[in-house]
Design a protein around this ligand. Sequence first.
Ligand SMILES: [Zn+2]
Length: 351
Amino acid sequence: MTRSPISGKVQTVLGPIKPETLGPTITHEHLLIDFRVVFQQPNNPDEAGMAEEKLSLANLGWIRHNWNSSADNLMLLDEDVAIAEATDYFDAGGRTLVDVTSNGLGRDPLALERISRATGLNVVMGGGHYIGSTHPAEFEAATAEEIAESIIQDVQVGVDGTDIRTGIIGEVGVSAPWAETERKTVQAAVIAQAQTGVPVLIHPGRDEELPLRILEAIAEWGGDLSNTVMGHIERTIYSRDALKRVAETGAFLNFDLFGHDSSFYPLAPHSYMPNDAQRMDQIEFLIDGGHIDQILLAHDVCSKHRLKRYGGHGWDHIIARVVPQMLARGVSRELVDRMLVDNPRRMLTFA
Ligand SMILES: [Zn+2]
């Protein structure tokens, strides 16, 4: 790999910074997102009218259960809301937020720059491509090398004609089963990683064996697993055996849905969204297995109902409530800081 000029630094929307200045970091968020790509009509045909209602206290219980069947819930597009909610994270002690709103999810570099300035947070912007249903038609015929060109341009020059650069490639979407154009977009991310040293972050489909398959392919294509993040671990991998095998690849493991729990998970009706205590069980299992240095934490806020003003937990949830609970369960402060400060710093530093 040719060493890039950003090597050894972290690339934020305000430019490269020294890794030591990152502080507490949440590693998979969306300050702004148009997430209607996952919209589904309500399961119950009698509730079809709910899909177009604005979020309110009267329908919040329904939205928590059917969060992707409310179009309003899937649109986080108000910068003032993002600034106010992200400021709570800063006030709680958070210093860096990784926004992995990739192509297909409404990425807005200028807005991220404004939010970073208004909040004082380091904001790292994501690149690459979300799941196949968002891919442009020309990806059918394109090669991975061709797709990689604009991803590399985003890292080295800037996004959408700005000079605001990406500091991570992700979230790179993979569906279950893994679609053909998604194989190309993952391979394109690997090409960009090799050329620039940028970290790669993957969104896997809901299949317990898929994360391992993706990581094996990345390694086969010459990717650097120590510079790769497997996302959404807790809602994808329920068995300890599968978790152990993924951990043994050496990739970072993102427990990135803190604050989100539901016995019904509309995108995987056979399954469920674990709660924070179940996340902590999995994390403690990995710590006991010697994998502390691979664990990352985040909330993946991607809908209104996850933010405080709409009845949710907000971006300070991990610092304000999860960390105290971890400490109460006997995880040491030193280990908490490894997950919240040291690991994200190492992950975000360009190779
Ligand atoms: Zn996400």
